[in-house]
Design a protein around this ligand. Structure first.
Ligand SMILES: Nc1ncnc2c1ncn2[C@@H]1O[C@H](COP(=O)(O)OP(=O)(O)OP(=O)(O)O)[C@@H](O)[C@H]1O
Length: 285
């Protein structure tokens, strides 16, 4: 279908992308099968599905960490699959990524971890100066609340702090998109909440588009505008997370709706309780 003239061009468009892995025994496994997916600028999209559904592979197709066997990967209208290597490297700068296990350089300080992509790749105006890198690293670490950890090593940090360093590193080259592969799966509930809060701020204040692979429905509830349900390498359903009126088709979509319903009831109950006993409100607030 051709988009209507008024429809904005999505920042990312996957067009009939497929990826099949060759297994050690010579067998072939179709991990992603002809997926078409649009992601608008500024959106927070959750890719949800059971283990092995193909979520991570789909995410890695967006920045061509996995090359598709078929289909097109359009970012800002340009097909990454056909870009020459140099231009692909430059375009990848717009697509930051964070991982479940943080993937920090263990022998480098927090400062050097965040400086790494800035030293490796030139900016839009060519090679970056030392002062420019210094300023940007400090800016990014302040943004994630780690302005006082410049000289620490990853081993000296908590899991949540490590993920914040990874977020700062991903943001350093000023990406338009942050691809997040199970960003909170290795973190406890409290730390998860604060990392999600940071990701929300990055989306709202900096306008960075987020694509998040997660199996945690609470993460989708807390952060995502839209969700795409992945099953057997296909996107079987997409919906606006806030829309609880349109019936969900997939089992996971329905499970999420149930969770959202419970959360809504609890929030309404809390609001009623607070209204009924106004004295319980902290007068300092
Ligand atoms: N490099 C690879 N070689 C062979 N098979 C692979 C490779 N990468 C992924 N797979 C297989 O493709 C399928 C989809 O993997 P993927 O990691 O995308 O799923 P997922 O939905 O992210 O699952 P999980 O939440 O468990 O990570 C899995 O069965 C996985 O074993």
């Amino acid at each position: 279908m051709t988009p209507a003239a008024s429809e904005p061009v999505p920042l990312i468009r996957l067009e009939a992308v497929s990826k099949t892995f060759t297994l050690p025994d010579g067998g072939r496994f179709p991990a992603v099968q002809s997926v078409t997916l649009d992601i608008a600028a500024g959106q927070v999209l959750g890719l949800i599905g059971r283990s092995g559904a193909g979520k991570s592979t789909l995410l890695r197709l967006i920045n061509l960490l996995e090359r598709p066997d078929a289909g097109r990967v359009l970012v800002d209208g340009r097909d990454l699959v056909t870009l020459p290597k140099r231009e692909l490297r430059a375009t990848r700068q717009h697509l930051g990524m964070i991982f479940q296990q943080f993937n920090l350089l263990q022998n480098a300080t927090v400062f050097d971890n965040v400086a790494f992509p800035l030293r490796l790749h030139p900016g839009p105006e060519g090679k970056r100066s030392k002062a420019e890198i210094d300023t940007r690293v400090r800016e990014c670490l302040a943004l994630v609340g780690l302005g006082d950890k410049l000289q620490a090593y990853p081993a000296q940090l908590s899991g949540g702090q490590k993920q914040r360093v990874a977020i700062a590193r991903a943001l350093a080259p000023r990406p338009q998109v942050l691809l997040c592969d199970e960003p909170t799966s290795a973190l406890d509930a409290e730390t998860t909440r604060s990392v999600l809060q940071t990701l929300r701020e990055i989306n709202q204040k900096l306008g960075v588009t987020l694509v998040i692979v997660t199996h945690e429905l609470a993460v989708v509830q807390a952060l995502c505008d839209r969700a795409a349900v992945v099953e057997g390498g296909r996107v079987v359903e997409q919906f606006a997370v806030a829309d609880l009126d349109t019936p969900r088709l997939s089992a996971l979509g329905q499970e999420l709706a149930q969770e959202q319903g419970k959360t809504r009831v609890l929030a309404e109950h809390a609001a009623r309780t607070a209204a009924a006993s106004p004295t319980s409100v902290n007068p300092a607030l």
